[in-house]
Design a protein around this ligand. Structure first.
Ligand code: HEM
Length: 195
C-alpha cells in the first residue's frame, strides 16, 4: 500500500496496527460525545481572534428610542443670519422714519449706519443662540450721551415689533426675542447728556 512508505522503517507492522486501533477508539468516543449521548460536552473550539473593524464600520446605527429631534434654536426660527439681516433692515427703516427717534438717528449715516446694522445683526444673532460674536460697544457705552427717555424706548420697541411683523416672525419668536432684549433697558434709557 502507498501509506506504508510513510511509516518509519523501524516501526513494526504490529505497532502500526496497535496505534490505528487506539486512534479509532478515541475518535469514536469523541464522536459519541459530540452527538450528545451523555457525559460532558467537549470543550468549545477557541474563538477566532476578534478584529477591530470599528474604524471602517461607518457611523453607529441610530438608537431606536432617540426620541423627537432637538427643538430649533431661536436663531434658526428667525431665519438664520439672512432672516436677521432682513429684520435689521426693516428696523432701521422704521426707526429712521419714526418722529420720536429720527433726530437721534440723523447722524447715523453711511459707514456709521453700516456698522450699526452689522452690530445689531451680530447682537441679535448671538443673543438668539446663533454662531456670531457681537464685537461692538457694551450697551451703556453705545448709548452714552444720547439721553434716551421712556417714550423713545417704547417707540423703539414698537418699531422692533413692527419690523418682526413685516418679516412674518411668529408671536412666540417675537416674545422670546423681546424678552432677551428687555434686560438691556436699564443700560440704554436715562443716561446723562454728554458734556
Ligand atoms: C433693545 C434696544 C436696543 C438695542 C438692542 C440697541 C442696540 C444698539 C447697538 C448694537 C448699537 C451699535 C453699537 C456699536 O456698534 O458699538 C446701537 C447704537 C445706537 N443706538 Fe441703540 N439699541 C437699542 C435701543 C436704542 C434706542 C431706544 C435708541 C433711541 C434713540 C437707540 C439709539 C442708538 C443710536 C443713535 C446708536 C448709534 C450710536 C452711534 O453710532 O453714535 N438705541 N444700539
Amino acid at each position: 500500500m502507498r501509506n506504508r512508505s510513510l511509516v518509519a522503517p523501524h516501526v513494526t507492522a504490529k505497532r502500526v496496527f496497535l496505534a490505528a486501533v487506539i486512534t479509532s477508539a478515541m475518535l469514536g468516543s469523541f464522536a459519541l460525545l459530540g452527538a450528545g449521548c451523555g457525559g460532558k460536552k467537549p470543550p468549545k473550539p477557541a474563538e477566532p481572534a476578534l478584529i477591530d473593524t470599528s474604524a471602517d464600520a461607518g457611523p453607529p446605527a441610530e438608537p431606536e428610542d432617540a426620541g423627537p429631534p432637538a427643538p430649533k434654536s431661536l436663531f434658526e426660527r428667525l431665519g438664520g443670519k439672512d432672516g436677521i439681516d432682513k429684520l435689521v433692515d426693516s428696523l432701521v427703516q422704521n426707526v429712521t422714519a419714526d418722529g420720536k427717534l429720527k433726530k437721534s438717528f440723523s447722524k447715523v449715516k453711511g459707514e456709521k449706519l453700516d456698522n450699526f446694522k452689522k452690530s445689531l445683526s451680530d447682537q441679535i444673532c448671538e443673543i438668539s443662540g446663533g454662531p456670531c460674536k457681537y464685537q461692538g460697544k457694551d450697551m451703556k457705552s453705545a448709548h452714552e450721551g444720547i439721553t434716551i427717555n421712556d417714550a423713545q424706548w417704547d417707540a423703539f420697541v414698537q418699531d422692533f415689533s413692527a419690523a418682526m411683523d413685516e418679516n412674518k416672525i411668529e408671536e412666540n419668536e417675537k416674545n422670546e426675542l423681546m424678552a432677551l432684549f428687555a434686560p438691556l433697558r436699564s443700560d440704554i434709557v436715562g443716561q446723562k447728556k454728554k458734556k
